[in-house]
Design a protein around this ligand. Structure first.
Ligand SMILES: Cc1cc2nc3c(=O)[nH]c(=O)nc-3n(C[C@H](O)[C@H](O)[C@H](O)COP(=O)(O)OP(=O)(O)OC[C@H]3O[C@@H](n4cnc5c(N)ncnc54)[C@H](O)[C@@H]3O)c2cc1C
Length: 500
């Protein structure tokens, strides 16, 4: 259903008026190139010429790698058939793709790790994939990171130098999508979001130019690239991040009986957002598909010893856990543990294959992910907790359904809402609802809406969220729209929830 909405919105615009010219905006994804410069739909010879222009590789439907190249992380989108997937090895490749798409009116989708929940990093036109640009070079207190880098490679290469960048958990998530939408991770309370440590970014814009963006150059675009969402303003080709030093870290977990779930939620939400910065926790509620009681658990990550935070949380809950554990490890081990590929090699923490971003020995599985989110600015009151627990009790024994509450606060909250495009600085925690079945997902989200209001995280992009622009961007929306108009007046970069 959503896919057809995407395809339907990608028709070519007939007019050459820019968005500031007073006319209606063109359909999203359409290209407003003056008719005299428009070459019409590309012929096979045009595609061949594009392929020859690239330092990287263009995969077309008749290529043996096509089926692997067109797939995202989430199998639900396997039916989408792009006309071409361009693995861009340099900014010039990206510029060639952008110009090709503009000239021929081909819809563009920009892709890095392919983990976007809505599948909008693919489409029926040209997929511009930045995966080959995955070099990571540390220089003093900074690291220059190719936009195609996967998180496991970011952590691995920086850990060799004893440093890191605050970023997300999943090893195969792309640094580009993550950073452009914000980037919440297990060290964000200590060091900020990924976008908070971004010092500069290089972006190929809709006119094919490569722009250096930082606090002094193209500062508006730099601001927008820190939380304004992937796919909106151009194609990021490299990032420079401030790094922090790393030592040992301690993943930990505590589990309570389901009968204590209300106390756990109450105690956790009082304690977690204002815990010491070096401690991050996530509260999980999970159904048991087999019909045993649902589970309530807190998993955590401490940059120091975990004993004190575990005691403090237990005291806040007012009930002892039935199970708990903690183990200090070298930083990279701790990150792979949190990523769900603990005990595996770095190679194994990739997707399997030989295309850019994959590894022949990769074992990290693809997963069918569907989620909704709330960014919580206030704690859940008693009736909300009761309603949430009822959803789990009534929805138990059927499917794997979860709610994850990730603590915010700390360094995230010390940045003002307008300083970067990510607005949710005063939030206490981020709630994710995950389930294979849309009715349960929507029902649980709707049950919490009266208590949590309409704020959401753009990196958990939600195709059926009403009021999505305000929910993701809050007071930063108007400035993001101005940046979009300045850098992509013809709306080359479009998808159903693109900034207008
Ligand atoms: C299993 C899993 C775990 C996750 N864990 C976390 C987490 O711990 N923390 C967190 O904050 N988020 C997390 N996320 C959400 C994740 O941050 C977003 O889905 C993110 O957008 C994925 O980026 P990607 O590059 O992998 O995906 P893609 O689908 O490739 O891209 C996502 C969006 O960014 C755009 N984009 C990609 N590359 C570029 C580029 N070079 N220039 C401009 N736009 C680009 C795409 O067009 C698309 O709109 C997780 C998602 C999954 C599926």
């Amino acid at each position: 259903m959503l896919r057809s909405a995407v395809l339907g919105s990608l028709a070519l615009a007939g007019s050459a008026a820019g968005c500031s010219g007073g006319g209606p905006p063109p359909p999203r994804g359409a290209v407003r190139t003056p008719p005299s410069r428009r070459a019409g739909p590309p012929a096979p010879a045009d595609w061949n010429a594009l392929g020859r222009d690239l330092q990287g590789r263009l995969v077309r439907p008749d290529d043996a790698s096509y089926d692997a190249a067109r797939r995202l992380y989430i199998p639900r989108f396997d039916g989408v058939r792009p006309q071409g997937v361009a693995y861009c090895a340099a900014p010039a490749d990206v510029a060639a793709c952008v110009r090709f798409a503009a000239r021929h009116g081909v819809p563009v989708a920009v892709r890095c790790g392919g983990h976007g929940y809505a599948g909008w990093s693919t489409g029926p036109g040209l997929v511009v994939d930045v995966s080959p640009m995955d070099e990571v070079a540390r220089d003093g207190d900074r690291a220059r990171v190719g936009a195609g880098t996967r998180l496991i490679d970011l952590y691995d290469r920086l850990a060799r130098d004893g440093v890191s960048v605050p970023a997300g958990s999943c090893p195969t998530v792309g640094v580009a999508g993550l950073t452009l939408g914000g980037g919440l991770g297990v060290t964000s309370r200590a060091y900020g979001l990924t976008c908070d440590v971004l010092q500069s970014v290089q972006v190929v814009t809709a006119d094919g130019r490569l722009l250096d963006c930082d606090a002094g150059r193209n500062a508006d675009l730099f601001w927008a690239c820190r939380g304004g969402g992937g796919g909106n303003f151009g194609v990021a080709v490299s990032f420079t991040f401030r790094v922090h030093e790393v030592g040992e870290a301690t993943p930990f977990s505590l589990r309570w009986p389901w009968s204590s779930a209300a106390r756990v939620i109450g105690g956790w939400q009082r304690w977690a957002p204002s815990a010491p910065d070096e401690v991050w926790t996530s509260l999980h509620l999970d159904t048991d598909p087999g019909g045993a009681a649902p589970r309530v658990e807190v998993s955590g990550f401490a940059l120091a010893d975990a004993a004190r935070p575990m005691e403090a949380l237990t005291a806040a809950v007012g009930a002892d856990p039935v199970d708990s554990g903690a183990r200090g490890r070298p930083y990279l081990d701790a990150m792979t543990f949190m990523a769900g590929c603990g005990g595996s090699t770095v190679e194994q923490c990739h997707g399997q294959g030989s295309l850019p971003g994959q590894r022949p020995g990769g074992r990290f599985p693809r997963t069918d992910y569907a989620g909704k989110s709330h960014v919580a600015y206030r704690p859940l009151p008693g009736p909300a907790v009761e309603a949430l627990l009822r959803r789990f009790e009534q929805g138990n024994g059927v499917a794997d359904r979860s709610v994850l509450m990730d603590a915010m606060g700390g360094a995230i909250g010390r940045v003002r809402p307008g300083d970067t495009a990510f607005p949710h600085r005063a939030a206490l925690f981020c709630v994710q609802y995950l389930a294979p079945d849309a009715p349960w997902l929507r029902g649980t989200h709707a049950a919490m809406e009266p208590y949590l209001g309409g704020n959401a995280y753009v990196n958990y992009i939600d195709p059926d969220l009403t009021g999505w622009a305000r929910a993701y961007y809050g007071p930063n929306l108007a400035r993001l729209e101005r940046v979009k108009a300045a850098h992509d007046p013809g709306r080359l970069f479009g998808f159903p929830q693109a900034i207008a």
